[in-house]
Ligand binder design. Structure first.
Ligand code: CA2
Length: 148
């Protein structure tokens, strides 16, 4: 079973700036750890990151045809702005889990609204790099439950 990990704009900066908010772990380190967990869970993880909204829309849109069973996504700033990413998630109709490293409800008001969350089966936020791990485990459990 293949799971698509999508990371949105500026997440390539993780570990280099704003460590008080996002910690010191880099995106490649997060992906490396997730790959190991995916292996333990018996799923394959394919990871992508882009600063461009259309890339996210294209990857989500192609995910069903590419054989992905589900999506873990941190849409980053597009969470709060992108009807296009939300529509792509809804159209793909794959179980998607939204991730935010920070607690988006404990920051600026505009961050507490997610346009993309209603197109996801669930949301994890606020546990730093570990948030991705919970999301991956939750999605894998759901997919296993659906398959069984
Ligand atoms: O908490 C999260 O994971 C966010 O999705 C991160 C986004 C932010 O716009 C969302 O409101 C919450 C920002 C990603 C940019 O990451 C940076 C990392 C280091 C330095 C600067 C930006």
């Amino acid at each position: 079973m293949k799971i698509l990990l999508v990371n949105g704009p500026n997440l390539q900066l993780l570990g280099s700036r704003e460590p008080e908010i996002y910690g010191r772990v880099t995106l490649p380190e997060i992906v490396c750890r997730l790959r190991r967990i995916a292996g333990e869970l018996g799923v394959e993880l394919v990871d992508r990151q882009s600063n461009h909204e259309g890339d996210l829309v294209d990857w989500i849109g192609a995910a069903p045809a590419e054989g992905f069973a589900g999506i873990v996504i941190n849409p980053a700033a597009y969470t709060h702005t992108s009807v296009a990413v939300r529509d792509a998630l809804a159209a793909a109709a794959l179980p998607a889990v939204e991730v935010h490293m920070s607690n988006i409800h404990d920051r600026e008001d505009f961050r507490s609204r997610s346009l993309t969350a209603p197109a996801c089966v669930g949301v994890f936020c606020g546990f730093g790099a570990a948030t991705y791990e919970w999301a991956l485990r939750a999605l894998a459990a759901r997919l296993e439950h659906n398959a069984g």
